[in-house]
Design a protein around this ligand. Structure first.
Ligand code: AMP
Length: 219
């Protein structure tokens, strides 16, 4: 059966960075509801129009909008390779909806991995980050391209910063995480699929640790 891996953790924990690496390492498909919502905002869809202000305030978009977007994505054929959920589920309602969706398609959760970090460090991590158009992530302080202004991965020169990656909004996002998402750690522990990893170390070490967890539970 194809793997279904959930990455849990506050903004800045490294979910997106690690999900992209796990795509490479395991051939899984990254499903980021944040990316899907940002694409909806950019495309000006009805869902995107409703989500825009909520996202800019660092609050959670309503479950019905997020679930509709996720269902559409999960109906695409490539997800049969297995998925890494990055930023979903974020509420108890979304977790229950995911259980139903997986049961309907005869799938189950392989692992829900909590990326454990210090909140205080997250404001600095998120505030300085930016991304190449190809998806490669950088940071003003921690990870600049080898040649200034040129992406190490694709050679591109177009970078962007997220509207919600500023210190004030990150604090709101951390609050939303603790109030609505952190309780899911206990939920998945209760289902005996929870794994924890220290995510304060080097990106490569965390990647290796996640790899060991996924290889272990998929065996
Ligand atoms: P992310 O890219 O995961 O940091 O998400 C960016 C923003 O998109 C969040 O702060 C929320 O406003 C919204 N968002 C992303 N995923 C979800 C979700 N599963 N439920 C509700 N809101 C979400």
């Amino acid at each position: 059966m194809a793997a279904v891996v959930i990455l849990l953790g506050p903004p800045g924990a490294g979910k997106g960075t690690q999900a992209r690496m796990l795509e490479e390492d395991f051939g899984l498909i990254q499903l980021s509801t944040g990316d899907l919502l940002r694409a909806a905002v950019a495309a000006g869809t009805e869902a995107g129009k409703k989500a825009k202000a909520v996202m800019e305030a660092g609050q959670l978009v309503s479950d019905d909008i997020v679930l509709a977007i996720l269902r559409d994505r999960m109906a695409q054929p490539d997800v049969s390779k297995g998925i890494i959920l990055d930023g979903f589920p974020r509420t108890a309602g979304q977790a229950a909806a995911l259980d139903t969706l997986l049961a309907e398609t005869g799938q189950k959760i392989t692992a829900a991995i909590s990326l454990e970090v210090d909140d205080e460090a997250m404001v600095g991590r998120v505030s300085g980050r930016y991304t190449c158009a190809c998806g490669e992530g950088y940071h003003d302080e921690f990870k600049q391209p080898a040649t200034a202004g040129v992406c190490d991965k694709c050679g591109g020169t177009t970078f962007k910063r997220r509207a919600d990656d500023n210190a004030e909004t990150v604090r709101e996002r951390l609050k939303a995480y603790h109030a609505q998402t952190a309780p899911l750690i206990a939920y998945y522990d209760g289902k005996a699929v929870l794994e924890r990893i220290d995510a304060m170390g080097r990106i490569a070490d965390i990647r290796a640790g996640l790899g060991r967890i996924i290889a272990g539970v998929s065996a």
